[in-house]
Ligand binder design. Structure first.
Ligand SMILES: [Zn+2]
Length: 386
């Protein structure tokens, strides 16, 4: 009897302290989002995983069914695939509803020595011999959407045309950090805690994002899960870390669509109606950012992704869902410069001048929400002498 009690306590102790190998991760932390957006305009808010690899990639064993099951469990309704490319992949990739989840086929292509081009809604196979710039043009010819990816190491920023920017990539946390920092947390923390404590604010990426926006580019923000479910510590015996549920639960991309379909997602991302939520902190569904007259109806206000003329009497309004006990910190950023900080669930402020305006929301020191910008242009043409 004493032995059995001792063994039971040992098992409890082991499971309480870790390690990441124990199959105790991937817990649900958000509700499905497919719901009307508080921003109006007839928009629906989706929760999407982006930069997901399935078994069309040489380095991922994940079946579409496995990914769909994980996504559904976590309230993620849309999955954007970005598989490593091999001839034939595009015709084999799922496009549309699979097991109750919307899938968009896509590819991850090399952007030179470092960095990636992440394209989705790719329609047909293409030559693997193209240069990075030719690849981007080929994606554009096919009507696909392209993102600058792995921006923490990207070298060629001239690739064009692109419509988005991967502001965060989970994989980068493990390539840029000290191996010791990873090792001790891996050994002593359960998986969800291990991955949550791995996430840091992508400060350099956000600076690069502002720089590229400052060059006049229109770029939607998405965060890349870079999910492969391919790290098997004991080979065929198992011990997979970074399973789809463990990775997809950490954050999600909220896309405001007119229609929950491949075409609807593509239109919304091209229009810049996206924001990123780090769900491991709290559910951010319902975050809203708009610009316009204080007394105007929601449908009359400009929202993220929109271009609108500057109006000194108009207000930028930000609203954060009250899903945590701690008060959030809302940072308003214009042209890479912090122009306001508000510790509250809501912010309303006039803007002194036109500019590219986006918002970051923090809980304590941790980044919770990142929005795509609103593009506020001068109310009157600037004379050439100005
Ligand atoms: Zn990848």
């Amino acid at each position: 009897m004493r032995w059995s009690v001792g063994i039971a306590w040992c098992a409890v102790g082991w499971s309480m302290t870790g390690c990441t190998l124990l199959p105790l991760g991937g817990w649900r932390n958000s509700e499905p989002a497919v719901r009307p957006s508080p921003l109006g305009h007839g928009l629906t808010e989706l929760r999407a995983a982006f930069h997901v690899h399935c078994n069309l990639s040489h380095d991922s064993p994940g079946s579409i069914e496995t990914i769909a099951r994980a996504a559904k469990y976590l309230g993620i309704d849309t999955v954007i695939l970005n598989d490593h490319y091999a001839w034939g992949n595009i015709s084999r990739a799922p496009r549309g509803m699979q097991h109750g989840v919307l899938f968009l086929p896509g590819v991850e292509l090399r952007a030179g020595k470092k960095g990636s081009i992440l394209s989705f809604d790719v329609k047909e196979d293409f030559s693997n011999q193209l240069t990075p710039q030719e690849r981007v043009r080929e994606m554009s010819r096919q009507g696909a959407v392209s993102f600058l990816g792995h921006c923490e190491e990207l070298e060629d920023w001239s690739l064009s045309p692109v419509q988005g920017f991967e502001v965060y990539n989970l994989h980068a946390e493990f390539t840029l950090k000290s191996k010791w920092s990873i090792a001790w947390r891996f050994l002593f923390l359960p998986p969800d805690c291990f991955f949550a404590t791995s996430i840091t604010t992508p400060t350099d990426n956000l600076h690069s994002y502002d720089r590229e926006l400052g060059r006049g580019r229109r770029l939607a923000a998405l965060a890349g899960h870079d999910a492969h479910a391919n790290v098997r510590l004991f080979g065929p015996l198992g011990g997979t870390i970074g399973t789809y549920p463990e990775v997809l639960r950490l954050f999600s991309n909220h896309i405001l669509v007119r229609d929950w379909s491949v075409e609807g997602v593509v239109e919304a991302v091209r229009a810049g109606r996206t924001f990123v939520v780090f769900d491991y902190l709290a559910d951010g569904t319902g975050f809203a950012m708009s610009y316009g007259s204080l007394h105007g109806a929601p449908d009359e206000r400009a929202i993220l992704g929109d271009e609108v003329k500057h109006d000194p009497s108009a207000h930028l309004q930000v609203s954060v869902p009250e899903t945590t006990d701690s008060t959030p910190r809302i940072r308003v950023i214009e042209g890479g410069r912090e122009i306001a900080v508000v510790n509250a669930w809501r912010a309303s402020l006039p803007l002194e001048r036109p500019g590219v305006v986006r918002v970051e929301v923090y809980l304590g020191k941790r980044l919770w929400i990142v929005s795509s910008p609103i593009y506020i242009t001068p109310s009157a043409p600037i004379s050439s002498g100005a």
